[in-house]
Design a binder for this molecule. Structure first.
Ligand code: GLP
Length: 240
């Protein structure tokens, strides 16, 4: 795993945006795997600025997001579809019909998950996957557990994740207790992965990502077996 330690959040955002911009320039019809959370917001702003300045175009890019709360409608202001439209898609020239987010209202989440993974494969597979880190080491919504799923699936959120994500909702009781999320296999099949981490709250996970062991109890450690992962973190996440 390659590690880039940045001075601060803004530098982390720029480094991440440059990596994506380079890929989009090189392969205009690339497949991006995108993440939500507060961490990638700055990077998405940088990408929108590059697009506005005419440096890159997203018109032939396809995207697949990692996860969505369940059950939650796409037009709910806390849905990850809403987040992506609001923080990125509405500000770039991407064709929204090429943007995919797991269906948070799927009647049959298992079937939806299978179809989601099949759609990624049919599109040619993810060229570059963006990941954030949960403070407990979760990636997407693959929470610390004895056994993890390979493909996209319905999962329950841990109390610590509900607590951490409650800052975006009116109250903790409004946070959905379930989500549909890409599995570890869906993520691992990406050709390249960039992980963004900012702030002292992510130090525990960033440290766990640097020793020579893996554990499903800290899902982000599983990324060590992927051949092309770049962890881009700021000093607070790196040093604690
Ligand atoms: C959510 C998402 C994750 C994200 C995490 C961290 O739980 N499902 O994909 O990485 O939040 O969020 P933040 O970047 O706000 O710390």
């Amino acid at each position: 795993m390659k590690i880039i330690v940045c001075e601060n959040y803004d530098e982390m955002s720029k480094v991440g945006a440059d990596i994506i911009a380079e890929l989009v320039a090189e392969k205009p019809d690339c497949i991006l795997g995108l993440a939500t959370g507060s961490t990638p917001v700055g990077m998405y702003k940088e990408l929108a600025a590059k697009n506005k300045a005419g440096e890159i175009t997203f018109k032939d890019v396809t995207s697949f997001n990692l996860d969505e709360y369940y059950p939650l409608a796409p037009d709910h202001d806390q849905s990850y579809r809403y987040f992506m439209n609001h923080n990125l898609f509405d500000h770039i020239d991407i064709d929204k019909t090429r943007t995919h987010v797991p269906d948070g209202l799927a009647e049959d989440p298992a079937l939806m998950g299978k179809n989601y993974d099949a759609a990624i494969t049919a599109a040619g597979g993810i060229d570059l996957q963006v990941l954030g880190l949960g403070p407990n080491g979760h990636i997407a919504f693959n929470e610390p557990e004895k056994e993890l799923y390979v493909g996209t699936h319905l999962t329950s959120l841990t109390d610590s994740t509900i607590e951490a994500n409650s800052r975006f909702f009116a109250s903790k009781s409004d946070v959905p207790t379930k989500a549909v999320t890409m599995g570890i296999g869906s993520i691992m099949q990406a050709r390249k992965i960039i992980v963004l981490a900012s702030g002292k709250g992510k130090h525990y996970v960033v440290e766990k990502m640097q020793d020579d062991r893996i554990t499903t109890e800290v899902p982000a450690t599983l990324l060590k077996v992927h051949p092309d992962v770049t962890l881009i973190c700021d000093k607070d996440a790196y040093n604690g």
